[in-house]
Ligand binder design. Structure first.
Ligand code: KG4
Ligand code: ZN
Length: 356
C-alpha cells in the first residue's frame, strides 16, 4: 500500500509519500514548508496568518513530495502538476490526513485538500489523530536513528509520551486500538512553556531550541525554578506557574546579562525535564512496562533525551529529529500501521479532537 499523507494542523504544511513493506514503514518523500519566519516576527502563531500561508503552500508541497517520491525532476509548474496528478492516479492507494486536534483554519486546509484529491482521484481517506501520530513517528525505520531499527510496530505494551508545543500527554498502549490516557497538562504544554518563557527573555518563537542552546552554555547552574506537580500522585502536568516564576525573577532582576539569561534557560529546562522524567518513571513502574515511545517537538531536546535514557533503566525511543516536530511522514506512519480508510464524505476537521 502506498499513501500520500498530509499534515497542516498548526503552522507547518507537509506532505509525504510512504509505503508499507512487511511491517516496515518506508518514507519515499517528506516535504515540509514552514511559515516560521512569519511567526518569529509576530512572536508566536497568529492562526489566520498560518492558514493563509498553508493555502499558498499546500499544492506545491504535495506536488514536490509526489515528484520526489517517484524520482521525477521538477521542471515547470504546469508540467509538474500534470505529472504529479498522473502519478497520484496510478500509484497512490489512499490519502492520509490530520483531522485534529489543531487550529481550525489550518486543519481545514489539509482536510479539504485531501477530500478534493480523494474525490477527484477516487481514493479513500485515512483520517489521523495528530497526537497519536507523534508517537508513531518512532516506527519510521531510520539509519540515522539505529534504535528505531529494533522497534517492531506490534511490540506492545508501551508507554507513549507526547511532549510538544500544544500537548503533554502520557498514555499506556496495549495495542494500536487499545490505549489508555494516563494524564496530561492542566494548562500550558511543555513546549508552550518554553516558548512563553523564551518570549520573556526576548528569544524568538519557537524558543525551545534556543533555550536548549543557552542551557548548555550556563556555567554556574545554581539557579532553580520549581518543577510543578513533581510530587503529585497522578500523571498531571502544569507549566503556567513556571512561567510566572520566571516572570517574577525577570522583574526582580531586570535586563539580565547574557550569562544570567543562560542560567534562566538552564533552570527552565531542568524544571521541565525533571518532571517529565519523574512522571514517566511513575508510569513505567505502575504498568511494569519499560518501553517508552516519546514524540513531539520537545523530544528533540538532547538534555531530555539524555535524562530519559542515561539515568533510568528504561528502553526509551525518540523519533529522528526530522520526524519529531510536525511532519506528514508521522501521519503516514500512523495511517499505514493503525489507520482505517473512510470515504471522503465522512471526514471532518475536528480542532478539539483528543483521545478516543
Ligand atoms: O510537535 P511540534 O512541532 O508542534 C506541536 O504539535 O506543538 O512542537 C513544537 C514545540 C515548540 O514549542 C518548540 O519550542 C519545541 O517543540 N521544541 C523544543 C526543541 N525543539 C522544538 N523544545 C525544547 N528543546 C528543543 N530542542
Ligand atoms: Zn505536533
Amino acid at each position: 500500500m502506498t499513501i500520500l499523507a498530509i499534515e497542516s494542523s498548526c503552522d507547518e504544511t507537509s506532505a509525504s509519500v510512504l509505503l508499507k513493506s512487511g511491517d516496515q514503514v518506508i518514507v519515499k518523500s517528506n516535504i515540509t514548508a514552514t511559515s516560521l519566519e512569519l511567526h518569529s516576527a509576530t512572536g508566536g502563531i497568529i492562526p489566520e496568518n498560518a492558514a493563509r500561508m498553508q493555502v499558498k503552500y499546500i499544492i506545491p508541497v504535495i506536488v514536490k513530495s509526489i515528484l520526489a517520491a517517484f524520482d521525477e525532476k521538477e521542471t515547470d509548474t504546469l508540467n509538474d502538476w500534470k505529472k504529479s496528478s498522473q502519478l497520484i492516479k496510478e500509484n497512490i492507494d489512499a490519502i492520509a490526513v490530520t483531522y485534529g486536534p489543531g487550529l481550525i483554519g489550518s486543519l481545514l486546509v489539509g482536510v479539504e485538500t485531501a477530500k478534493t484529491f480523494a474525490f477527484a482521484f477516487n481514493k479513500p481517506i485515512i483520517p489521523v489523530n495528530h497526537l497519536l501520530a507523534h508517537i508513531y513517528a518512532n516506527f519510521i525505520k531510520s539509519k540515522l536513528n539505529p534504535k528505531s531499527l529494533n522497534l517492531h510496530p506490534n511490540s506492545f505494551p508501551f508507554i507513549g509520551f507526547i511532549v510538544s508545543g500544544g500537548h503533554t500527554d502520557l498514555l499506556f498502549f496495549n495495542s494500536h486500538k487499545n490505549y489508555k490516557w494516563l494524564g496530561g497538562t492542566r494548562d500550558d504544554a511543555a513546549g508552550e512553556a518554553m516558548d512563553k518563557i523564551g518570549r520573556l527573555l526576548g528569544i524568538p518563537y519557537p524558543a525551545g531550541p534556543e533555550i536548549e542552546r543557552r542551557a548548555n552554555l550556563a556555567k554556574e547552574k545554581k539557579l532553580r525554578f520549581k518543577s510543578p506537580l513533581m510530587g503529585s500522585d497522578d500523571y498531571d502536568f502544569s507549566f503556567s506557574g513556571l512561567k510566572t516564576e520566571v516572570l517574577r525573577f525577570v522583574k526582580e532582576n531586570p535586563s539580565p546579562s547574557e550569562e544570567i539569561k543562560n542560567e534562566i534557560c538552564f533552570a527552565t529546562q531542568k524544571a521541565i525535564v525533571d518532571v517529565l522524567v519523574k512522571k514517566t518513571l511513575k508510569a513505567t513502574d505502575e504498568f511494569n512496562c519499560k518501553k517508552v515511545l516519546v514524540g513531539g517537538g520537545v523530544s528533540a531536546n538532547q538534555n531530555f533525551k539524555a535524562k530519559m535514557t542515561e539515568s533510568t533503566n528504561l528502553n526509551v525511543y525518540f523519533p529522528d529529529k526530522q520526524y519529531s516536530t510536525d511532519n506528514a511522514a508521522m501521519i503516514g506512519a500512523y495511517a499505514l500501521l493503525a489507520g482505517e480508510t473512510k470515504p471522503w464524505r465522512e471526514i471532518n476537521a475536528n480542532p478539539e479532537l483528543y483521545f478516543d
